[in-house]
Design a protein around this ligand. Sequence first.
Ligand code: ARG
Length: 415
Amino acid sequence: MTKAKEKIVLSYSGGLDTSVILKWLQDTYRCEVVTFTADLGQDEALGPIREKAERLGVRDIRIVDVREEFVRDFVFPMFRANTLYEGQYLLGSSIARPLIARHLVEIAKEVGAVAISHGATGKGNDQLRFELAANALDPSIKVIAPWRTWDIQSRKQLIDYAERHQIAIAKDKRGEAPFSIDANLLHTSTEGNILEDPSVIAPSYIYQRTVDPFDAPDEPETVVIGFAEGDAVSVNGIVLTPAELLTELNRLGGKHGIGRVDLVENRFVGMKSRGVYETPGGTILLAAHRGIESITLDRAAAHLKDELMPRYAALIYGGFWFSPERQMLQALIDRSQTHVSGEVTLRLYKGSANVVARSSSASLYAMDLVTFEEGSGAYDHHDAEGFIRLNGLRLKSWATRNSKAGPGHGRSGPI
Ligand code: ARG
């Protein structure tokens, strides 16, 4: 009897890179490779992926529909914080990696694999996200990152390797360097190739799931999103599961050209990188969530969330989803959402998603306090007088000192 081969679980997309990695792992480690492909709603036929893996001799092929898990356990918790990295990026790739890592680690445990492997390059953020998550979930798991290990240094060498081993290469992969694209239910990101020069305007053909706002319908469309405890639960009165809901918002957003962002971001590994993102449903959802929070969150609670949000975003961006500090922040964010329920109406029109109405049975908005008409008496105008006097005291001292000290120095005068 021959000894069973050791196993490695590979995150497999079916693309050129991970197909070459599959073969390379088999040859280099003389091991059995188990493939894991997450159906994250990337809108790609999954059948050919199975065939490709079969052709490469894989016996244990896992293709798992994780769309609900992705939106319910990763996207929605993140959206409770109104998360944006560096003010613009909705973290569509960043938030998918910990989910994939968790599945890789679980499968590794199940089949008794010695290691997991991924196709992220040595220059990007994704390697961090896969590996830091794996470290946190199973301290004993080994991670093999071929792009950092093997002697393939270029796309040309990658293609040569594929040709030598009869791995199918898509036509457009032979010529010019392709774009690096990552897609899931939350977004599509496009990087590399001509986009590497941030001074070059992205050509329109790179956009995949949104129309150019210029070509979007001339008629605005109104959509009503229902929220329960911080999560979106319905669209136009129809209750949907998390993945169904995001799919529907993607359809609406795509049609109206919503959620295109062309940006330069600071990668965690030190360099700047230019990317083009399309996050149609997520962009609508962020606006809607802010809309419902605007009437249901107390001021100090809302401001505290806003202060912490960039920290939380940086954690997710840097691969620290499974970390004590992210969990602590999540507990705080989740606690804030208890009364974030109600309905938000948005108008979608040529690239924009604007909140036009909001209502909630848990609203803190007090019409009789704010009204220009006669109110209930809970607010006494004289209180405002004293309030302003006390706050103005230090400003008066400051202004008096400045006028005595004469004209200021430098550009902006005295401070
Ligand atoms: N720059 C983005 C991020 O770090 C997107 C990365 C997408 N990954 C890819 N394989 N193209 O989150």
